[in-house]
Design a protein around this ligand. Structure first.
Ligand code: FAD
Ligand code: NAG
Ligand code: NAG
Ligand code: NAG
Length: 522
């Protein structure tokens, strides 16, 4: 098996390196191994991602039919004299080429359809690493159950979000998605297929969670389930006073230890710096029957508004108490009176809400544009300064996309995982989810937005605000060492142990490839 891989790869390389394009590569590959593809359209597609900012074409695409296929591929790369890079690609929704494999092989994870399996006790579901969360949800709902912790958008792969953290408005309560995994099957950079959990092979388990694809490829994840709610009460409240806004958010997440009836199920929020945003992504919420007169509520705050977004789940058995429970909670909050917007919808529609916006943007050709996104974790103690310096400073009055802000409880994050968060009990996510439109106004160009991102990072640096990037992107190992901070020795150790040749996820640019690259002769 391994020899066959080497041969096939060598052929790919020969064709690419020497340029023997007159030989039909598909024919060669077809004869050797139907799981490889050199189809230019597939290569092109794997060379791009949601960020749309850089391209790197792999030598070949690999379509696995099982975890063992992946094991064989990585083992061949590991054992060959001239290694090659291997990157799992979930749904390619990275921003900065994290799933690319320059001079290597991209494994298309999401193509392989392996049915999930819900355990008889309904406590967990086993899913293929390339499964999309939307399909996990669709499947578990047949059993009346669903995962507990989500991302805002569900067309992301399980392996892709677990390699980062996976966060949304449930994280304050259930922790990120990586805190809701019981067991994993992982192919390490040595080509071993291992089952790991907190009890078994725990170092690998913790390494892979939030591990940016550096230590292994997740082929199966066992994900915690809860009974699926039927409906969602979805509420938005406006603030012009930032300290009141954050006070209320922090109050709401402090209720995490209370029984379900006495807390919300989801706490997020976003910043509105221009009226245009109201007509932008995700804002169908403010419907014509529900108009927001921004001018009537804008305070002395440089026109910036903050919107608290909360939900409460319910079903038939709790339908008669939902109004009262929500009422009790809202009484404690200090939003601008009469700026309460409420929607009621099925649970699935709430979870899949961003897809609606996607369909709309796609129809206008505004989905496949560059996305210079920046996601930051900010310690609670410095969030006021960030507001003054960024929301009411650097951003000006055009944002080109939604800006999310919500706090999380660090005690819901497992310190043993590979993800890094600020050194405070409560920290915020600030997500600047902007779309660039070249040819539009200057403030909407990729260059303008990228410069602004750098300016924001520099502002934090100068002010000594110890942020951590979420979905981090750096170009040098020195920067990565700063990012990981105290965790760097652990990360380094884990890399030496689980991927000593630095084969995996080279698109993250954390470790230089540690193998002799192929030079052209068989
Ligand atoms: C519209 C949109 C909304 C988003 N919303 C949220 C959100 O609410 N919360 C949140 O936390 N994130 C969110 N994200 C970010 C998202 O979680 C990450 O970009 C994630 O990496 C995307 O998953 P993917 O399957 O497309 O990963 P890819 O881009 O394919 O891969 C990401 C990284 O993970 C590695 N990888 C992929 N699969 C595996 C695997 N099976 N095993 C090991 N490593 C693997 C890749 O090699 C790469 O390094 C959003 C992204 C987009 C585009
Ligand atoms: C859920 O799965 C069914 C088939 O099992 C399919 O018809 C339906 O379109 C899926 N829904 C979504 C939202 O993907
Ligand atoms: C914002 O709210 C805080 C706390 O209620 C208050 O002390 C402060 O004066 C308010 N700021 C403005 C500008 O109204
Ligand atoms: C915001 O826009 C107005 C014009 O619409 C302009 O006068 C003002 O200077 C802008 N403010 C900032 C901070 O860019």
């Amino acid at each position: 098996m391994a020899t066959k891989f080497v041969l096939t790869l060598a052929l790919c390389r020969l064709i690419v390196t020497v340029g023997l394009m007159s030989l039909d590569p598909r024919e060669l590959i077809g004869i050797n191994d139907h799981r490889f593809s050199l189809d230019p359209a597939q290569l092109e597609s794997a060379s791009r991602d949601f960020g749309g900012q850089n391209q790197a074409e792999p030598l070949a695409i690999f379509h696995p039919t099982s975890a063992d296929d992946i094991r064989g591929l990585v083992q061949a790369a590991y054992e060959s004299g001239h290694g090659w890079a291997v990157s799992a690609r979930g749904h390619g929704h990275s921003i900065n080429g994290q799933a690319h494999a320059k001079n290597g092989v991209v494994i298309e994870m999401s193509g392989s359809k392996q049915l999930p399996r819900v355990d008889e006790s309904l406590k967990y579901v086993d899913v293929w690493g390339g499964e999309l969360w939307i399909d996990v949800l669709n499947y578990t709902l047949r059993y009346g159950v669903a995962p507990k912790s989500w991302t805002d958008y569900l067309y992301l792969s399980v392996g892709g979000t677990l390699s980062n953290a996976g966060i949304s408005g449930q994280a304050f309560n259930h922790g990120p998605q990586i805190s809701n995994v019981y067991e994993l099957d992982v192919v390490t950079g040595k080509g071993e297929l291992r089952t790991c959990s907190e009890e078994q092979d725990s170092e690998l388990f913790h390494a892979v969670l939030g591990g940016l694809g550096q230590f292994g490829i997740i082929t199966r994840a066992r994900i915690a389930l809860e009974s699926a709610p039927q409906r969602v009460r979805w509420i938005r409240l406006l603030y012009s006073n930032f300290s009141r806004f954050t006070h209320d958010q922090e109050y709401l997440i402090s209720l995490h230890m209370l029984p379900a009836a006495q807390k919300f199920d989801y706490v997020e929020g976003f910043v509105i710096v221009d009226e245009g945003l109201i007509n932008n992504w995700r804002s169908s919420f403010f419907s014509p029957s529900n108009p927001v007169k921004i001018s009537s509520v804008v305070g002395a705050n440089g026109g910036v508004l903050y919107c608290l977004e909360i939900t409460k789940n319910y079903d038939q058995s709790s339908a008669h108490t939902i109004d009262q429970e929500v009422g009790e909670l809202l009484k404690e909050l200090q939003y601008i009176p009469a700026t309460e917007f409420t929607t009621d919808l099925p649970y699935v529609n709430f979870l899949n809400r961003v897809h609606k916006a996607e369909v709309k943007l796609r129809s206008k050709g505004l989905w496949e544009v560059p996305h210079p996104w920046l996601n930051l974790f900010i310690p609670k103690s410095r969030i006021d300064e960030f507001d003054k310096g960024v929301f009411r400073g650097i951003l000006g009055n055009k944002t080109s996309g939604p800006i999310l802000i919500y706090p999380m409880n660090k005690n819901k994050w497992d310190e043993r995982s590979s993800v890094v968060t600020p050194d405070e009990e409560v920290f915020y996510l600030v997500a600047l989810l902007r779309s660039a439109l070249d040819g539009g106004e200057e403030t909407q160009t990729l260059k303008y937005l990228s410069d602004q991102n750098r300016q924001i990072l520099r502002f934090c640096d100068d002010a000594g605000i110890k942020i951590k990037q979420y979905l981090p992107h750096y170009n040098t190992q020195k920067q990565w060492m700063d990012h990981f901070g105290d965790k760097w020795p652990t990360i380094y150790q884990r890399k030496m142990e689980f991927d000593p040749k630095h084969i995996l996820a080279t698109g993250q640019r954390i470790f230089q490839p540690n193998f002799r690259t192929y030079t052209g002769s068989l």
